[in-house]
Design a protein around this ligand. Structure first.
Ligand SMILES: [Fe+2]
Length: 155
């Protein structure tokens, strides 16, 4: 499961909510799925160099359905990808960006009538002076949350 979002700070509001639902604690990390991207169409695969130069910008591409295409229709689509970087030895990830995919064929005429679709692939640029882990999390409107991570070294 995910390497972050494992801790849930309990406030009085949290405790009230837990009591209201019969004592069960639901953590977001329990909802994030991982799988082999070669056979699972939901995995947000991160592509970037294995090793980068310190403080030099590099390209990070995240694509869903790299091997097995994911549908992109009004009824079934990828809503967003959020990209994080966890520098080695640090406790909290930095959010590199969040990318929303907002067009899935809907128009005033109904579902899949507009001919406009946002493709679920993004490219961001980032730099770091520390090695660490790039983490991508995505949401399918039907099949939930998915993640992928990739470690990078710094020369
Ligand atoms: Fe899906």
């Amino acid at each position: 499961m995910g390497i972050f979002w494992k801790k849930l700070k309990l406030t009085q509001s949290n405790l009230n909510a837990i009591e209201a639902c019969g004592g069960e604690i639901m953590k977001i990390s329990e909802l994030i799925q991982e799988s082999d991207w070669k056979s699972e169409k939901h995995v947000p695969v991160v592509e970037c160099p294995d090793s980068v130069k310190a403080d030099k910008f590099f390209e990070v591409t995240v694509a869903i359905g790299k091997e097995v295409a994911h549908p992109n229709t009004t009824a079934h689509h990828i809503c967003w990808i959020s990209l994080y970087f966890l520098p080695e030895g640090e406790k909290f990830p930095c959010q590199i960006g969040k990318f929303a995919f907002n067009s899935h064929g809907a128009s005033v005429k109904g579902p899949d009538t507009s001919t406009v679709y946002t493709h679920h692939k993004v490219t961001a640029w980032m730099k770091t002076s520390k090695p660490g882990t790039i983490i991508a999390v995505s949401l399918c409107n039907i099949h939930g949350l998915w993640q992928y991570s990739k470690q990078i070294k710094v020369d």
